[in-house]
Design a protein around this ligand. Structure first.
Ligand code: ADE
Length: 227
């Protein structure tokens, strides 16, 4: 899978080089390219934003600058993800769908967002015919300073689903059964007693059917409590 992230803060994305994702890139399972949007600014001040038509607070990111950055990336069979708090809410199902894609391009907006003509332009039939698909995505009902952290959240959720990226692929199979509600049972490891709190007896019994039933019930209780 190939990922491209376009941002005015390339350094913000440096954690993507670490841990399992860094290893996946070294092993060639994954290619992540970070692009500096400002390199596409054309005026003397290298500005990427301007005041909004219609007035109001804040600045809007310029279509010319974004168009110049995105044109070479949106060639064929590619999903453009525009990060915005007004987008479709990201969830595990979307992570699974995006993990099947061959190339994802993340457009990280700052300020009051990106000139809407970027979304309109790349949504036209001539792009759809080439396999360019445009999505506006939000990672939750809160407003971040920009799309960078949102892109990282999505990248982590999506790439751990790719074959060979996660250390333990069995956890993915377990997770795939828990779409609605993310019922996760409580987990314990050694020692058997810690600060007078003992691990539930049943988990030591070796009775797999009873353990599975206990876990299912505890997961349900926990989900109800946290709802
Ligand atoms: N940019 C600002 N807030 C955001 C959010 N919640 N999700 C995605 N992108 C954002």
């Amino acid at each position: 899978m190939r990922l491209d992230v376009v941002t005015i803060f390339p350094e913000y994305l440096s954690p993507l080089k670490l841990s399992l994702l860094g290893k996946a890139q070294e092993e060639g399972l994954l290619e992540i390219n970070i692009h500096d949007l400002r390199a596409h600014a054309t005026d003397n001040h290298h500005s990427v934003d301007d005041t909004p038509y219609g007035g109001g607070a804040g600045m809007v990111m310029k279509a010319e600058v974004w168009g110049s950055a995105l044109d070479p990336l949106l060639v064929n069979d590619v999903d453009l993800i525009i990060l915005t708090p007004g987008g479709k809410r990201f969830n595990q199902r979307m992570a699974e769908q995006f993990s099947q894609c061959s190339q994802l391009v993340f457009a990280c907006g700052r300020y009051e967002g990106i000139d809407d003509r970027i979304r309109q332009y790349y949504s036209q039939n001539k792009f759809a015919d080439k396999g360019v698909r445009v999505h506006e995505v939000s990672i939750g009902d809160y407003v971040l300073g920009g799309g960078e952290v949102a892109a990282m959240v999505m990248i982590e959720a999506i790439t751990r689903l790719l074959p060979g990226v996660l250390g333990n692929p069995e956890s993915i199979i377990e997770e795939s059964h828990m779409h609605e509600g993310f019922a996760e049972h409580p987990a314990f490891t050694k020692p058997q007693t810690w600060r007078d709190i003992a691990v539930p007896e049943i988990l030591l019994s070796g009775n797999h059917a009873q353990i599975a039933a206990w876990r299912a019930q505890s997961a349900k209780d926990r989900a109800e409590k946290n709802f």
